[in-house]
Design a protein around this ligand. Structure first.
Ligand code: HXC
Length: 256
């Protein structure tokens, strides 16, 4: 598919790399960019050859937020009636893991987009922020909620109420990103290849149970994890994985 605001490539047969590509606007997330992004994500999610997806921007900006110029003249009645941002959360419904490789600015909706992925790798240049307060609004893409889970209330309040950007190092210390590394796209692709080499049913199940921790009580979550764990004993990959271990050889997963 030919896109205008994103690029897609296949750095490995099992990995889709999606690059946000509106360099002149620091990858501001316009409506059309978002529609293209969702389309590319769901295409990769449906492709049986693909095991994981990497999402990145440019060296200067992962994404500098929702497109302010597109939003500035909207009225309450427009955003309400047209359910502005309604399809924003779709990324979180993908069954396959998404790894964000963040360099430069990840602000507002850009920060929230990163938070919706499953794993964030940050380059030392990454800067995360929720600067909406400076333009008279608050986060609208999940930031106020997902940040609380990721870094706690006090730090979230500071980010949301002052708009201050935090460095990659701070974000790592706070547990917002899994690590800071040079060559962040390369590292993310490596990780995606590794994830793709595992049994894909187990990978999807792992993503599903970890995400359940955001929504369920501990007791429900533990029960869900255990049942899902039990269910994997119905897969060939479990038989192959454990047999290969016992026979001291590498498993050959068939994703079945
Ligand atoms: C539209 C944007 C933009 C944005 C940058 N640009 N961010 N356009 N929406 N969010 C455009 C600029 O207007 C400019 O266009 C070009 O990109 C380069 O930006 P500069 O400001 O000249 O670059 P620089 O001086 O390096 O400053 C970088 C920056 C600054 C600190 C990131 O651009 C900035 O503060 N951007 C806005 C960040 C922000 O407030 N984000 C939150 C948005 S609200 P021209 O045409 O002049 O060259 C939001 C709500 C989320 O995200 C709701 C859920 C989706």
């Amino acid at each position: 598919t030919q896109y205008e605001s994103i690029l897609t490539s296949r750095p490995h047969p099992s990995v889709t790399l999606i690059t946000l590509n509106r360099p002149k606007a620091l990858n501001a997330l316009s409506t059309s960019l978002f529609l293209e992004l969702n389309k590319a994500l769901f295409e990769a999610d449906a492709d049986p050859e693909i095991g994981a997806i990497v999402l990145t921007g440019s060296d200067k900006a992962f994404a500098a937020g929702a497109d302010i110029k597109e939003m500035k003249d909207k009225e309450f009645s427009d955003v309400y009636k047209n359910k502005f941002l309604e399809n924003w959360g779709e990324l979180a419904r993908l069954k396959k893991p998404v790894i964000a490789a963040v360099s430069g600015y990840a602000l507002g909706g850009g920060c929230e987009l990163a938070l919706m992925t499953d794993i964030i790798l940050a380059s030392p240049t990454a800067k995360f922020g929720q600067p909406e307060i400076n333009i008279g609004i608050i986060p609208g893409g999940g930031g106020s909620q997902r940040l609380v889970h990721a870094i706690g209330k006090s730090r979230t309040m500071e980010m949301v109420l002052t708009g201050r950007m935090v460095t990659a190092q701070e974000a790592e210390q706070w547990g917002m990103v899994s690590r800071v590394t040079e060559n962040v796209v390369e590292e993310a692709v490596k990780m995606a290849i590794e994830i793709s080499s595992k049994g894909q049913i187990a990978v999807q199940a792992g993503k599903e149970v970890v995400n359940a921790a955001y929504e369920m009580s501990l007791a429900e979550g533990l029960r869900f994890e255990r049942r899902t764990f039990h269910g994997l004993f119905a897969t060939k990959d479990q038989k192959e994985g454990m047999t290969a271990f016992a026979e001291k050889r590498k498993p050959e997963f068939t994703h079945s």
